[in-house]
Design a protein around this ligand. Structure first.
Ligand code: ATP
Length: 453
């Protein structure tokens, strides 16, 4: 059973994303480009923190994975060999009443009759296959010979460069090649905010192995990926592992898991973990006539390695992080009256801004100078937001709403005016518990580093 959808919650999230600069509709002032999104100042930080953490644990912290960054423009031969030109399509149905283009699985059924989900119309065309790839032309000619595609996944450049990367990295099986980058799919019906977009980013790992290791490594990577999600603040209880049934799995895959998350609009896929056998390397080897084999020095055997692929969508995870973080609670306003507080409870690891620094009063030069000194101390190590305008409670609220992990206030005690023992101390406020403690400025970097790790 999937979780019930929560339209109101989703509306609040979408509105917060725009209001505070996480996500804007692309080309908004011209009416918007459907299925494309722009990330604002906070969205870009969140996205980078996610990608950096994935890269850190997938590439930097491992001996057996190297990275690459392939081109988006893709030679048609690559996508012919991979099967995308022929088969990367969804069945599409048109509603003759409201003219909507629909994916076949989006129709609703009432009393055994299929209907358009938009207008309820029953006059529908027969399904036809619609290829999701964006085609373009390279160079001045615009004929068959100049066709290229915007890649529909990052994986294919990894397979095509397998031999080059193997040679330069001198890795032994099992080993992986990782990539983060844009992918493009001309989705029939982009929807659910950024969840289904036409331009999006993927974080993919192709982990090559011997045939007999495939099934075991599929389990291994499923477990690794679940741990990853927990480490960025998505609780295990909100994640679900779907074993893709035989009839829905790609014919070459011996096992596929979908890792799903309970979004407010329902349970949906975040990532696929698939054991793809040697299908991709063998296909490219056949089509290109170039060897993509691995030579095993111990057994003196040559073979195309098998591969296990964890393939995650950056934008979907960013959306899941925002949905998971969004909460409302009660907090006192300046006069002590309780009010609703909107707070994004991001894990400190991925929070766009790590701490806000506030002088108690903006018209006191000593307070301002001290606060700027604190900013200077912390900025080389983390993202810091300096804010001197408005009542302190309002400044806290503004930071809570964007998920800033900590607030640091410089007050008269910092200047040593009340008690010389408190000179050069500040209050450190925790976003979630709203608890405040007094800490020495010189201890701030170490305390924050520990809590942000
Ligand atoms: P779906 O069934 O939702 O269309 P898929 O199974 O086709 O997804 P894959 O080809 O396995 O997706 O791609 C791997 C990951 O890339 C997905 O788990 C998802 O996170 C991301 N992804 C795929 N399509 C889109 C899209 N249109 N918008 C945003 N992210 C996407």
């Amino acid at each position: 059973m999937s979780a019930p959808s929560d339209t109101q919650r989703m509306e609040k999230i979408v509105s917060l994303c725009k209001r505070r600069g996480f996500i804007f509709q692309s080309s908004e002032i011209y009416g918007g480009l459907n299925g494309a999104w722009d990330y604002g100042p906070l969205g870009v930080e969140l996205k980078r923190n996610l990608k950096n953490y994935w890269w850190q644990v997938t590439v930097h912290q491992r001996d057996d994975v190297v990275g690459m960054d392939g081109s988006i423009l893709t030679h048609p031969a690559v996508l012919k060999a991979s099967g995308h030109v022929e088969g990367f399509s969804d069945p599409m149905i048109d509603c003759r009443t409201c003219k909507a283009h629909l994916r076949a699985d989006q129709l609703i059924e009432k009393k055994g009759v299929k209907q358009c989900p938009n207008c309820g119309g029953k006059d529908l065309t027969a399904p036809r296959q619609f290829n999701l790839m964006f085609e373009t032309h390279v160079g001045a000619a615009t004929d068959e010979s100049s066709i290229a595609y915007l890649r529909p996944e990052t994986a294919q450049s990894i397979f095509v460069q397998f031999k080059n990367v193997l040679e330069v990295s001198r890795k032994k099986l099992p080993f992986g090649i990782a990539q983060i980058g844009k992918a493009f799919r001309n989705e029939i019906n982009p929807r659910n905010f950024t969840f289904r977009s036409r331009e999006f980013e993927q974080m993919e790992l192709e982990y090559f192995c011997r045939p007999e290791q495939g099934m075991e490594l599929l389990e291994y990577w499923k477990a690794e990926r679940l741990t990853f999600y927990e480490n960025i603040g998505i609780p295990r209880s909100k994640l679900h592992v779907l074993t893709v049934p035989d009839e829905e799995r790609a014919f070459y895959s011996k096992g596929t898991y979908d890792i799903e998350y309970d979004f407010p609009f329902g349970r949906q896929e975040l990532e696929g973990v698939a054991y793809r056998t040697d299908y991709d390397l063998s296909q490219h080897q056949k089509a290109s006539g170039k060897s993509l084999e691995y030579f095993d020095e111990e057994t003196k055997q040559r073979f195309a390695p098998h591969v296990v692929e964890p393939s995650a969508g950056v934008d979907r995870i960013v959306l899941a992080l925002i949905c998971e973080a969004y909460s409302e609670d009660q907090a006192p306003d300046e006069k002590g009256k309780m009010e609703t507080r909107v707070v994004l409870r991001f894990h400190p690891r991925i929070a766009p801004i790590k701490c806000g620094v506030f002088p108690l009063l903006k018209n006191n030069p000593q307070l301002v100078a001290k606060a700027k000194e604190v900013v200077g101390l912390l900025r080389p190590q983390m993202t810091v937001f300096y804010d001197e305008s408005g009542a302190i409670g309002r400044r806290y609220r503004r930071q809570d709403e964007i998920g800033t992990s900590f607030g640091i206030t410089v007050d008269f005690e910092t200047l040593g005016e009340k008690d010389p023992a408190l000179r050069d101390t500040v209050t450190l406020r925790d976003r979630d518990s709203m608890k405040q403690e007094r800490v020495a400025i010189q201890d701030l970097p170490a305390i924050l580093r520990e809590r942000l790790a």
